[in-house]
Design a protein around this ligand. Structure first.
Ligand SMILES: [Zn+2]
Length: 339
């Protein structure tokens, strides 16, 4: 089968072909595992973190990709949840301990980092960590919900907002454009403020019904009850802390931050950025339940993520475009041309 490999750690500014296209033998599903014929795999910022070594795969080479949609084509022994032909998705959680803290348990293993993921024609997944995809979504619409949507949904829960409050997003790409719509559905009177350096992303936010959109360092006249940060940088963190109300909370939704603008932390001012009981919380990974809930809520809206499609063979281009910040909605790789 065709697959893409991360076989070395690179600087994407210097090496624009980080993935190697390879031919691999078909994976066989083990006990309680299904084999999935992949149709679409989303492109996530975490792939950049893997390729550039910030969250390094424990073994190389590895097949990346953790927003996987496809059809069950073979069942291992003991599989009871799925039949051949079922359309399923797989997210960042490959396996863990179960329970509501399985996302931070030491048993947590990540799809496409600790085990082979979905940049391939086939992959295998445990039946407890594969999810039926509601019919309302096309394959490419469903893919971003498996990570950008689900981890973003967990960030929304951790933000602790209530209806009628002011929720900010700093950064507005694959994840935030989905979480904005989840928030509007769950909290109809919520007011959304979007801080993004790219005018196109500000415009996208307004089109989706944001109350306000402006640049990263702007200060709207009202302080935020909570802000979700989806950027790889530090400047938006300081700007967000300044825009929080007393007791407000910033949730950082990033597996790793890049260090290009780390110097700005030298300007951290306790009184301006932190005092008055402001909080910073991070979000880590997802539980299986987060993914189930996200898919269920998104299907009721129904939420249609905006996607930019790339041919599978253009995976390197998709990653370089993501690195360059060329994002409107979410990027997906098409394994099968029909979707
Ligand atoms: Zn991801």
């Amino acid at each position: 089968m065709k697959a893409m490999h991360i076989s070395r750690i690179v600087d994407l500014n210097k090496d624009r072909q980080p993935l190697d296209q390879v031919e691999l033998s078909l994976p066989e599903p083990g006990e309680f595992e299904v084999r999935i014929r992949v149709s679409v795999c989303g492109v996530c910022h975490t792939e950049l973190d893997e390729i550039e070594g910030r969250t390094r795969p424990p073994q190389l080479p590895v097949v990346p990709g953790h927003e996987v949609i496809g059809v069950v084509d073979k069942r291992g022994s003991g599989v009871s949840r799925f039949s051949v032909g079922d359309r399923v998705g797989v997210g960042w959680i490959h396996s863990s301990s179960g329970g509501n803290m399985e996302n931070v348990n030491e048993k947590f293993q990540a799809t496409g980092r600790d085990v082979d993921g979905g940049y391939a024609e086939y992959m295998v997944a445990h039946q407890d960590y594969a999810f039926l995809i509601p019919n309302v979504f096309s394959d490419s619409e469903a893919a971003p919900l498996l990570c950008a949507g689900s981890v973003g949904y967990r960030a929304l829960k951790l933000a602790g907002v209530r209806d009628g409050q002011k929720l900010g997003f700093t950064g507005f790409g694959g994840s935030a454009h989905i979480v904005l719509q989840l928030a509007q559905f769950l909290y109809p009177a919520i007011q959304i403020y979007v801080f993004a350096r790219d005018p196109g992303q500000q415009q996208h936010a307004l089109e989706l019904g944001a109350h306000w959109a402006g640049p990263t360092e702007a200060s709207p006249d009202q302080p935020m009850d909570a802000i979700i940060d989806t950027t790889p940088a530090w400047k938006p963190v300081l700007a967000a802390m300044e825009n929080l109300r007393p007791g407000g909370r910033l949730v950082i939704n990033a597996i790793r931050k890049e260090d290009n603008d780390l110097d700005i932390l030298q300007t951290l001012d306790y009184g301006r950025h932190l005092w008055l009981e402001k909080e910073i919380k991070t979000v880590a990974n997802v539980t299986a339940e987060d993914i189930r809930q996200c898919l269920e809520i998104a299907s009721r809206i129904p939420l249609k993520p905006e996607v930019e499609k790339y041919q599978f063979s253009d995976a390197n281009q998709a990653l370089c475009d993501l690195k360059a910040g060329k994002v409107r909605g979410a990027k997906v790789l098409m394994l099968e041309p029909a979707q």
